[in-house]
Ligand binder design. Structure first.
Ligand code: DAH
Length: 341
């Protein structure tokens, strides 16, 4: 038996030298300390040893077992060290390496201007409502005081869909939708995409408008001008003024065209204002009594003002863009100029 232990001890030393993985460690444990391992086998063999030699032999086996266990512990510590080192190597971060820069996008100039307009008017207590882009004839025209055969329908080149449906030509239909669901006081903005069969350097078949509507007791054209003064001063320049010129829209009476004093030359006359000192920016007026009636609001009690802003037009004026196409081509060289720092 002593021979056997000696052989096993040699075997142990050999095996230890070869252990370089967790798997081999487990094998090592199995072959010496496992249930069917060499030490269990030695213990079993103790029965065949002469009775008087058994205690001494038992001690020898036991010493061997302790020795194997010690070796195993040393080994597992070494394995852990190795693993930790390997992991450190694998996960090492080189903090001197240049970072991967992710390109950060920016808002489209039309979105910037839209948000700016909403900001100005929400400061005056306006809510925002959005209507559908596919609209019915009733909301887009009829209830806005534009009956079926009225010549003013020709003011807008409409894309008709089937039946009574069309691509909305203006966000003014939002006025009807708002007044149908809400009674005065009303103060609302209706931003959105609109569509007209029209295309040149300053017109696009799809563009954006921002409708404004205020309905309450005692609202007058003065309220319109006061609000629009605020608007142009915040968007263009603190020194600009507005001027109202008589105009015609079926849904307002009186109707006005709103000009802003030229923010480029201060009103002296330049190429931007075509030497007039004024730039046309939007249309508006006092809500026609028929429109209020069409929404169940009594025009002898309430009055309203409304306006329609072309977002492309304001954007082009504000940033000096001379071709509307630039706003829709999505050329990054153009768009990156609007990136906020
Ligand atoms: N909807 C008109 C257009 O597209 C703009 C407009 C003018 C809207 C006067 C209004 C308004 O609400 O009162 O040309």
């Amino acid at each position: 038996m002593e021979q056997r232990i000696k052989a096993l001890r040699e075997q142990m030393e050999q095996q230890i030298a070869q252990v370089n993985s967790k798997e081999k460690m487990a094998n090592f444990w199995q072959s010496f300390l496992g249930k069917k391992g060499s030490i269990a086998e030695l213990m079993k063999g103790l029965g065949t040893v002469a009775k008087e030699d058994r205690p001494a032999m038992g001690k020898v086996i036991n010493d061997f077992k302790v020795q194997v266990e010690e070796q195993y512990n040393i080994l597992s510590e070494r394995m852990e060290q190795l693993e930790l080192q390997a992991r450190n190597r694998r996960e090492a971060v080189d903090i001197t390496m240049p970072a991967v820069r992710r390109p950060v996008g920016g808002l489209h100039p039309l979105t910037l201007v839209k948000n700016e307009i909403i900001n100005v008017f929400s400061g005056m207590g306006f809510d925002v409502f959005e209507g559908p882009e596919i609209e019915d004839d009733d909301h887009n025209f009829t209830r806005l005081n534009v009956p079926k055969d009225h010549p003013s329908r020709d003011m807008q080149d409409t894309f008709y869909l089937e039946d009574d449906l069309l691509l909305r030509t203006q966000t003014s239909g939002g006025q009807i939708r708002v007044m149908d669901r809400q009674k005065p006081p009303i103060k609302v903005l209706v931003p959105g995409r609109v569509f007209r069969s029209d295309s040149d350097a300053t017109h696009s078949p799809m563009f954006h408008q921002m409708e404004g509507l205020v309905v309450d007791k005692g609202i007058t054209l003065c309220d319109l001008q006061g609000m629009l003064d605020q608007f142009v001063q915040q968007l263009f320049d603190a020194d600009v003024r507005t001027r109202l010129r008589p105009s015609y829209f079926p849904f307002t009476e009186p109707s006005v065209e709103v000009d802003v004093s030229c923010f480029e030359c201060g009103g002296k006359g330049c190429s931007l204002c075509k030497h007039t000192g004024w730039i046309e920016v939007l249309g508006g007026g006092v809500v026609h009594p028929h429109v209020l009636e069409n929404c169940g609001i009594d025009p002898s009690v309430y009055s309203g003002i409304a306006f329609g802003i072309g977002i492309e037009r304001i954007t082009m004026l504000k940033y000096g863009i001379n071709n509307i196409g630039l706003l829709f081509e999505n050329d990054l060289r153009f768009l990156e100029q609007f990136k906020e720092a």
